[in-house]
Ligand binder design. Structure first.
Ligand SMILES: Cc1cc2nc3c(=O)[nH]c(=O)nc-3n(C[C@H](O)[C@H](O)[C@H](O)COP(=O)(O)O)c2cc1C
Length: 172
């Protein structure tokens, strides 16, 4: 899809609304070139250290975790409504069992700023380089959130990705 370089703030409210429903698509690649995709519903965008940052939260049990740990890069891809069913697949099936790109014939393109890929049909994409990570600290977390989100295990790692490039289609 043809996209132009835009500010990371371009249609940010739309991106955040889609984060809540149906979710955004987090892609990461290993240094070997292999890529994986998963759906994310929890993330934030803002300025930290004077840089535009996309913070994503990935549980260590996710196959995606291995990919971001390996390369330190990811892309966030905003889906179209037509992709809704595939977004659900990406949020319920692991790349350990299924190549989600190949199984559904989803075309991808090389990212411009990081050694990874973006999803061709997505109208807006963010290319990110990890500049910081930290893990959720159970003792510091509100107990009601600990109980509802974790139940004592699989605490997210937060990846702070500097947004090196954001690209949007005319229509987005
Ligand atoms: C709407 C939705 C939002 C999700 N958000 C997240 C998230 O923010 N972080 C996370 O670790 N998992 C999240 N998940 C779960 C993963 O997408 C799911 O476990 C996926 O199968 C992991 O794929 P992988 O093992 O190939 O990495 C979400 C799932 C759905 C359906």
């Amino acid at each position: 899809m043809a996209r132009k370089k835009v500010s990371y703030t371009h249609k940010l409210a739309r991106t955040l609304a889609l984060l809540a429903d149906p979710g955004l698509l987090l892609v990461s690649s290993k240094r070997s070139g292999e890529s994986n995709v998963m759906t994310i519903g929890w993330a934030t965008v803002g300025i930290i250290w004077g840089k535009p940052i996309f913070v994503v939260m990935v549980r260590p049990s996710r196959y995606t975790y291995e990919f971001i740990e390996d390369s330190g890069v990811f892309t966030v891809n905003v889906p179209t409504m037509e992709m809704r069913d595939w977004v659900m697949v990406c949020g319920t099936q692991s790349g350990r069992e299924l190549d989600k790109f190949k199984a559904y014939n989803v075309p991808t393109e090389q990212a411009k700023h990081v050694p990874s890929i973006v999803i061709a049909e997505c109208p807006m994409v963010y290319e990110c380089q990890v500049v910081h990570t930290n893990d959720v600290i159970p003792e510091n977390l509100d107990p009601s959130i600990e109980a509802s989100a974790y139940g004592g295990k699989d605490y997210h790692r937060l990846y702070y990705g500097e947004i090196l490039g954001a690209y949007a289609s005319e229509a987005f």
